[in-house]
Design a protein around this ligand. Structure first.
Ligand code: PLP
Length: 398
């Protein structure tokens, strides 16, 4: 059995003076005793030497190592945001004349990048219902370079069958690129055949809603290509993480396993309780979820089904009223993003997915009454449930 939390736990990085945390590299540039070493370092040929912190820094390499352990890939490269990881990866893989297949239910920023930005660089994109394997097959062309999707999609919580998609793509040399932001530790896409795994560290992995960050996990060859001084997208597009931030994210990663277990336990409890009340609830851990079995076939069971769930309260007016009342009663915050200790809720149609045109939202089942929850670390989730119920009752929604 794959034990990602153990692999992170076993990583030891000591500080300069024997500190139990690694020292933070507080420099943008580094000195050399010999000019020749500087040249070799610039070309990326010298291990253990640093030249300039956009290229790499000790703090960023420590965090990258921990993330490569998490995702069971050879290597990783951290970026200043999740979008910095996604855009660099896709621009590295897909050049003028190439074709990309992407899930139609993805993070709004990724959707906007693929719909409005990448086509201007001559990349052709087809959006697909990622749960429709036959449709994916029919879209594949000789110039298809990659298939891009989220393990658990935002905001509809559709689950992609990573292994089946990888089985189709592998013989054709098509790269399988998975955004695993919603399911760190729970699902390990590389173990199912994914080539590249991306995270917005902003969410669960950092978990304290105090910074943005991203990572690309993949083969050493691909990560080196992103860092290449002549044609690497991470190097040249410049989405570099600051060392202080990577140090703080690494410290937060030390409790990721505990947090994911609590988020998942709370998510499952609330999903079941809300469904029993008759509220239209979507959560991959519910047996009624269309991809429940697929999720179960993929997950590292001890980390559960994650902390994301949605309910549908019928209309945008209802959704707004419920969210405002829940905030007033201190259940959580009316805010986008996810992975915080406190529950966060938002109406995706008018926030994180507002880049998606209304008619397309309708077609993919993104209704106006949808509320997306990132369930917090509440110690007494029964109490939280009673509070949510009281909001629904007082607003005559139940
Ligand atoms: C937030 C998010 C992103 C973008 O990450 P940033 O850190 O905000 O740039 C990408 N994918 C998913 C699934 C997200 O939730």
């Amino acid at each position: 059995m794959f034990k990602p939390a153990d692999k992170i736990q076993d990583l030891q990085f000591f500080g300069e003076f024997g500190g139990v945390n690694p020292s933070i590299s507080d420099s943008s540039t580094y000195t050399f005793l010999a000019a020749k070493t500087m040249f070799d370092t610039f070309e990326g040929n010298t291990d253990g030497c640093y030249l300039y912190s956009r290229h790499s820094s000790p703090s960023n390499l420590y965090l990258a190592q921990a993330l490569a352990q998490l995702e069971n890939t050879q290597d990783a490269n951290v970026t200043a945001s999740g979008m910095g990881a996604i855009t660099a990866t896709l621009m590295q893989l897909c050049k003028k004349g190439d074709h990309l297949i992407a899930s139609r239910t993805i993070y709004g920023g990724t959707y906007a990048f693929l719909k409005n930005f990448l086509p201007d660089f001559g990349v052709e994109i087809d959006f697909v219902d990622i749960t429709n394997i036959d449709k994916i097959k029919t879209l594949i062309k000789p110039n298809t370079k990659a298939v891009y999707f989220e393990t658990v999609s935002n905001p509809l919580l559709e689950v992609a069958d990573v292994a089946t998609i990888a089985t189709i793509c592998k013989p054709l040399g098509i790269q399988v690129v998975v955004d695993n932001t919603f399911s760190p530790l729970s699902v390990t896409p590389a173990n199912l055949g994914a080539d590249i795994v991306i995270h917005s560290l902003t969410k669960y992995i950092n978990g304290s809603s105090d910074t943005v960050g991203g990572v690309v996990c993949g083969s050493t060859d691909f990560i080196n290509s992103l860092k290449n001084v002549n044609n690497g997208a991470c190097m040249l597009l410049g989405s570099t993480m600051d060392s202080f931030r990577s140090a703080s994210i690494l410290k937060n990663m030390r409790t990721l396993h505990l947090r994911m277990k609590q988020h998942s336990a709370n998510g499952l409890y609330l999903a079941q309780a809300l469904q029993n009340l008759g509220v239209k609830t979507v959560y991959p851990g519910l047996e009624q979820h269309p991809s429940h079995q697929i999720f179960k076939s993929m997950y590292n069971a001890e980390f559960g089904f994650g902390g994301m769930l949605t309910i549908d309260v019928g209309s945008l007016e209802n959704a707004n009223a419920v969210m405002e009342l829940m905030q007033e009663r201190n259940i959580g915050y009316l805010a986008v993003s996810l992975g915080f200790y406190k529950t966060l809720f938002s109406a995706p149609g008018t926030s994180t997915s507002s880049e998606i045109p209304e008619d397309e939202q309708k077609e993919m089942g993104l209704s106006n009454g949808l509320i997306r929850f990132s369930i917090g670390l509440d110690n007494d989730i029964e109490r939280t449930f009673q509070l949510i119920k009281s909001c629904l009752v007082d607003l005559n929604i139940l």
